[in-house]
Design a protein around this ligand. Structure first.
Ligand SMILES: NC(=O)c1ccc[n+]([C@@H]2O[C@H](COP(=O)([O-])OP(=O)(O)OC[C@H]3O[C@@H](n4cnc5c(N)ncnc54)[C@H](OP(=O)(O)O)[C@@H]3O)[C@@H](O)[C@H]2O)c1
Length: 285
């Protein structure tokens, strides 16, 4: 089975390298912007036509949520227009696409876990460009499976866990937002779910939600990181109003995973268990 992973130098791309390398039946091509810039329509067309892939896993994205507020053209070029390039080339060459989207497509005013067909209403440029990416993908490509995830962290690149570990070496106490609720999600678990879907006998395109099990605030998440890693830094809970950011974040961004569990039988670990795993890989436990 031939697979193309785009944006493979990022968190999810690296996690996929770990998972796919254990499956000898897969022939995987890993690209990032320097090998295959997904905004280059001709290059994408040519690359997908030349290599007869069975699946494309699109991990390439503009993920700087705050910077996107002032860099909207670039965010849209990567998160929306380039997804259209992949969709059209995939559709012409009958390649299945797995694309990653975000909880930021919702406004966060919900009171129960968001289901796949709940009305999206992004509050940030990043969220809007990702939602439009979903739209352009499904309008050009019938064979597209979109996985919305949230609060992704891993042993790779920059992420919340690594920032908090760095801050614990620099500060005696820190303030962390306690009124935004979501589900911390280990990229390795999402990579396992993607592998499971690729290897499943069923292929049912559409939108799916995937995060780790359980919910937490950023404050809870930080407390857990420090508790497991044995850090003494004091964590003070603060409201979002005391930590203004250029992009508005959803206050409640818990996603329902019933669909991916029911259709694909994906087993999802509890977030604290996966956090322990990641911290151990980072040598922090
Ligand atoms: N991180 C989160 O908390 C989070 C939450 C919800 C959903 N998601 C979604 O999950 C997916 C994976 O996220 P991630 O955290 O793995 O992202 P990431 O670490 O930022 O990786 C994205 C990769 O795409 C590359 N890229 C950027 N522009 C490109 C282009 N034009 N052509 C090819 N590659 C390009 C990036 O390169 P550069 O680094 O050089 O730009 C980077 O290596 C994304 O779709 C993201 O929107 C992430």
């Amino acid at each position: 089975m031939k697979i193309l992973v785009t944006g493979s130098n990022g968190q999810l791309g690296n996690a996929l390298k770990n998972v796919f390398s254990k499956d000898e039946g897969l022939e995987v091509t890993y690209t990032d912007v320097e090998d295959l810039d997904i905004t280059d329509r001709e290059e994408v067309d040519h690359f997908i036509k030349e290599n007869k892939f069975d699946f494309i896993v699109n991990c390439a994205a503009y993920t700087a949520v705050d910077r996107a507020e002032t860099d909207d053209l670039k965010a849209a070029a990567i998160n929306t227009v380039a997804v259209g390039n992949i969709a059209q080339a995939a559709s012409r060459n009958r390649v299945k696409v797995i694309h990653i989207s975000t909880d930021y497509v919702f406004n966060g005013e919900g009171y129960r876990p968001y289901e796949e067909n709940d009305e999206p209403y992004p509050r940030s440029i990043y969220g809007r460009t990702k939602l439009e990416g979903e739209g352009i993908l499904t309008s050009f490509c019938q064979d597209a499976l979109i996985i919305r995830t949230a609060w992704l962290y891993s042993e790779f690149g920059n992420n919340f866990v690594k920032t908090m570990l760095r801050l614990s070496n620099e500060k005696d106490s820190i303030n962390v937002v306690a009124d935004q609720i979501g589900s911390p999600t280990y990229a390795g678990d999402l990579a396992d779910a993607i592998h499971h879907i690729i290897r499943h006998k069923k292929w049912l395109p559409g939108i799916y939600h995937f995060t780790n099990e359980g919910v937490a605030s950023w404050f809870d998440f930080t407390k857990a990181i420090y508790e497991i890693a044995g850090k003494n830094t004091i964590v003070n809970p603060i409201p979002t109003s005391q930590y203004p950011t250029p992009a508005k974040r959803p206050l409640y961004s818990v996603l329902s995973k019933m669909k991916i569990k029911n259709i694909y039988g994906v087993k999802i670990p509890y977030w604290r268990d996966s956090l322990k795993k990641c911290l151990s890989l980072l040598g922090e436990k």
